[in-house]
Design a protein around this ligand. Structure first.
Ligand code: PLP
Length: 388
């Protein structure tokens, strides 16, 4: 076979299939396999959403191509949703609908950076963010986040890493993999830094709808009349509406950048899946209570996870939020890959090791949103059984 693009060969493979392979070797002795390696909601979409998806899928009109940047009605509804969440007056022209947030990120990076440029990514990072940069020949420049600072990145450390090659800083909040929620003032400082240095701030807010109850405004950057000129914001409908298979996300950007984003989007998606777009146009207005209920339930689950780790000697819960617990394992110098393998093959608990995110060997990411309350009880039992 002629060799493929070396940039693809040089990037790592997605880690989840490997963990799932380990899970398939588990003999079931400790109870059913627990999948806590992938961040997906453990519940189905709202019944009204499923009905509308079915109706839209049966309508010949949704089988045709749609506008590159998304249905006008959905863009309008999403802009309204943003304004409710952030207190701004953003218009439909400043947002576009993508085939999921991963694609929104790909589109953003293609639009902002080219071969030889660099982008600052706080570590531990979301591995797909690094992979995309590798594939584009863009240097993913790590900005280490430390447990002692709650895994919140430091704008001063970021400033020291910026040189003429850096085109953007990417922040994920609430964070994957750590669950850390960045304070609004830290996000504002990053935005100021990017403006001063003439680079972009890219905010991936996939988990925005899972902020703690009581924290309703993620940050103040979008409490504005017009989209800030150096900001891109990415969102996912996968988690918030429990529709990851329908592949829908969004990107917000200054209107002047939209034609460039549109070029990429035309090449990679032509348009986002249209049945889902139709159903979401309804869901964005109609499912506020449903979203609030899921947010409260996720919060309860967070407390259940916290209580479980309080009872587990040797396991230190170093960060917790949205869908994730980021924990220090009690196996000392043992590689986190090895620990994750043992947990999957011997105890039927699949989770991801810190190094999968360029994090430390001491850490594991446990995606608890993937299981129900009984699953968290089972997690505690399995971790106790595995404790040295
Ligand atoms: C930070 C982050 N961004 C993007 C995505 C991908 O979301 P989507 O399903 O909308 O592509 C995920 C999914 O796990 C994520 O954690």
């Amino acid at each position: 076979m002629p060799s493929p693009n070396p940039l693809l060969l040089d990037t790592g493979s997605p880690p989840i299939p490997e963990i799932q392979r380990w899970g398939s070797l588990y003999n079931g002795g400790g109870g059913p396999l627990l999948n806590m390696c992938q961040a997906v909601p453990s519940y189905p979409p709202a019944p009204g959403m499923l009905e509308r998806l079915a109706i839209a899928a049966g309508d010949p009109a949704t089988a045709s191509y749609g506008p590159i940047m998304g249905n006008a009605t959905l863009r309008q509804a999403y802009a309204g949703d943003l304004n409710r969440a952030y207190g701004g007056r953003i218009g439909a022209a400043e947002v576009a609908i993508t085939a999921g947030c991963n694609q929104a990120y790909f589109v953003a990076m293609m639009a902002l950076a080219g071969r030889g440029d660099a982008v600052l990514l706080p570590t531990p990072w979301y591995f797909n963010h690094r992979m995309v940069l590798d594939m584009l020949g863009v240097e993913p420049r790590p900005l280490p986040c430390r447990s002692g600072r709650g895994f919140v990145p430091d704008p001063e450390e970021a400033a020291a890493l910026i040189d003429e090659r850096v085109r953007a800083i990417v922040l994920v909040t609430p964070n994957n993999p750590t669950g850390a929620i960045y304070p609004p003032e830290v996000i504002a400082r990053f935005h100021d830094l990017c403006r001063e240095r003439g680079i972009w701030l890219v905010l991936d807010e996939t988990y925005r709808d899972f902020l703690p109850v009581g924290q309703d405004r993620p940050h103040g950057l979008l409490a504005v009349e017009e989209w800030p000129e150096n900001l891109l914001q990415l969102y996912s409908f996968s988690k918030s509406f429990a529709v990851p298979g329908h592949r829908l996300g969004a990107i917000g950007a200054p209107t002047a950048l939209m034609p460039e984003l549109g070029k990429v989007m035309d090449c990679v998606q032509i348009c986002a899946a249209r049945a889902g777009q139709a159903a979401l146009t309804w869901g964005l207005d109609a499912l506020d209570d449903w979203r609030a209920e899921k947010r409260a339930a996720t919060q309860e689950r967070i407390e259940t996870v916290r209580a479980a780790f309080d009872r587990l000697p040797g396991w230190d819960l170093e960060a917790l939020g949205a869908y994730f617990a980021y924990v220090r394992h009690p196996f000392g110098e043992t590689s986190a890959w090895r620990v994750a393998e043992e947990l999957a093959t011997k105890h039927g608990l699949m989770c991801l090791p810190g190094p999968a995110f360029a994090g430390e060997e001491a850490h594991l990411r446990i995606a608890f949103a993937n299981v129900d309350e009984a699953g968290i009880v089972a997690m505690e039992e399995r971790l106790r059984a595995a404790t040295p």
